[in-house]
Design a binder for this molecule. Structure first.
Ligand code: OSB
Ligand code: MG
Length: 371
């Protein structure tokens, strides 16, 4: 692959409505758009999904920019790569910083697929033509949660993920179940509990939840394995799984029955696929998580979720779940509960240049052609 230049942009956009978790509220999203341009002028796009502050993982927009600008791009500049997997393996010499790595690696995947005149889904081994769509309910009150569920039910979403925390759990889910006895619902705690809350967590077995996501500490797998022995609800890990190695160990010791795979959290599509393949071989179900992302990352998620092991509807919602206007064209839409997988080359979505321009707050160019 002959890279001519890389553009990094930081964009900023307000959410249509605030996103509440026990860790804080997101009202504006900053993100990094990586554009890798080859010598024939073709562009591949990736998106850095770190937040402005380190509330979800340790990375931020600023740390990602530093790692991209001062470490990964210089490393790529002095290396020859033939395939996106070469980039993933090259980046293994750098510790962690998964979201920064993923942003660049995924831009290279898009470029590679475009140069191969194949959809990204096909290039990574996708088998689905459409993806079942789920949505997250991140509300700070019961009426607001119920309203959101009504609205998203009408829009066709197939699975509802309710953000919970101690005190914002049993009665909330009880009321949701009273209104929607059969609705496919799950809960996501973003590490709000400890093993001292075991009775609280056991009580949630009353609600026939599809799963509970990341109840305990964000870096734990041991305590989750103890908890899973005591609760019927399947545990799904999110924050705790940042690599193939983590996934393997967590499965081995019984810390989870399901894994939420986010390419950004695990360093890119190469590592995401390894986790997927391992889980598929062992009958562990996976689904594709979301990061309140813009269209580029959303498009990559669609390709990832087209792999055969993604059997549970993911946090893959329409562009209009969060944004008045997305940076891609067409926007991601949900029809009868499904998002269709593009068949056109690469991620299969174009850039909405006007929207990208008006949301860009910083731009940096790295030229490769002096090599
Ligand atoms: O824990 O899965 C999470 C959003 C931002 C950071 C972490 C998480 C989330 C979500 C929803 O739950 C994601 C989405 O629909 O984009
Ligand atoms: Mg989660």
């Amino acid at each position: 692959m002959r890279i001519d230049q890389i553009k990094l942009r930081v964009i900023s956009m307000p959410l249509k409505s605030p996103f509440h978790t026990h860790l804080g509220t997101v009202t504006t999203r900053e993100g990094i758009i990586v554009e890798v341009i080859d010598s024939t002028g073709i562009s591949g796009y990736g998106e850095g999904v770190a937040f402005s502050t380190p509330w979800y993982t340790e990375e931020t927009v600023a740390t990602s920019l530093h790692i991209l600008s001062d470490v990964l791009i210089p490393l790529l500049k002095k290396s020859e790569i033939e395939h996106p997997e070469d980039a993933a393996i090259l980046f293994q010499s750098i510790r962690r910083n998964h979201m920064a790595k993923a942003a660049l690696e995924m831009a290279i995947w898009d470029l590679y697929a475009k140069l191969s005149s194949a959809s990204l889904s096909k290039v990574i081994g996708g088998t689905r033509s459409e993806i079942a769509s789920g949505v997250v309910i991140a509300a700070n009150s019961l009426p607001s949660a119920l309203n959101q569920i009504e609205k998203y039910l009408e829009e066709g979403y197939q699975r509802f993920k309710i953000k919970i925390s101690p005190g914002h759990d049993y009665s909330l889910l009880e009321e949701i179940r009273r209104h929607h006895p059969e609705l496919p619902i799950m809960a996501d705690a973003n590490s709000a509990y400890t093993l001292n809350d075991i009775d609280r967590l056991k009580a949630l077995d009353d609600f026939n939840l599809m799963m509970i996501e990341q109840p305990l500490a964000s870096d734990d797998i041991i305590e989750h394995s103890l908890l899973q022995k005591d609760i019927r609800t399947p545990i799904c890990l999110d924050e705790s799984i940042v690599s193939f190695h983590d996934a393997k160990n967590a499965i081995e010791i019984g810390s989870c029955k399901i894994i939420n795979i986010k390419a950004g959290r695990v360093g890119g599509l190469y590592e995401a696929k390894r986790i997927h393949n391992y889980c598929l071989d062992r009958g562990i179900e996976v689904w594709c998580g979301g990061m309140i992302e813009f269209g580029i990352s959303r498009a990559h998620n669609i390709a990832l979720a087209s792999l055969p092991g993604f059997t549970i509807p993911g946090d893959i919602s329409a562009s209009n779940r969060f944004w008045e206007e997305d940076i891609i064209t067409p926007e991601v839409s949900v029809n009868n509960g499904f998002v269709s997988v593009p068949e056109t080359p690469g991620i299969g979505f174009g850039i909405n240049a006007k929207r990208l321009k008006e949301t860009t707050v910083m731009e940096k160019v790295f030229k490769f052609n002096d090599k």
